[in-house]
Design a protein around this ligand. Structure first.
Ligand SMILES: [Zn+2]
Length: 142
């Protein structure tokens, strides 16, 4: 369904593992946070609480956290990448994710615990204002 990767996001292994720890700690709920990136290279991890009313079903970063992270990333002219986990389903944007993503314009990194207790795996997507989903590639480096 998804064609070849259209973009690449590079993530330092240490930050990737930090994200995985945060995501695993949130299980069986969805966990979420944001990454700051410069030219598609991740430079900082901002794990947050999940502010959704039903955190086993959806994840939302609170307005206060978003503003704080947005300002922090703005300080180094970076871009925000939103990340969250799917406890049961594939690491692919849900209809609700697409609805939110197309308004925000952020890249979406999604983890899946589908093979729990194996570690969650991640995929990354760009979602257009029309709701079109394009998959990118994640390149981990140390
Ligand atoms: Zn989702």
């Amino acid at each position: 369904m998804v064609a070849e990767a259209q973009f690449v996001v590079r993530i330092p292994e240490a930050i990737y593992q930090e994200m995985v720890s945060h995501i695993v700690a949130g299980y069986p709920n969805e966990a979420c946070g944001a990454l700051g990136s410069i030219n598609h290279e991740v430079v900082k991890n901002y794990p947050t609480a999940n502010a959704a009313e039903e955190p086993d079903d959806f994840s939302i970063i609170s307005e206060a956290d978003i503003v704080r992270i947005y300002n922090a990333i703005d300080d180094y002219d970076g871009d925000m990448i939103y990340y969250h986990s799917h406890p049961k389903s594939e690491a692919y944007p849900s209809a609700r994710d697409i609805d939110w993503a197309k308004r925000s314009g952020y890249l979406y990194l999604i983890f899946s615990h589908r093979h729990y207790p194996e570690p969650p795996y991640a995929r990354i997507f760009a979602i257009s204002p029309e709701g079109g989903v394009t998959e990118g590639a994640i390149e981990r480096f140390s």
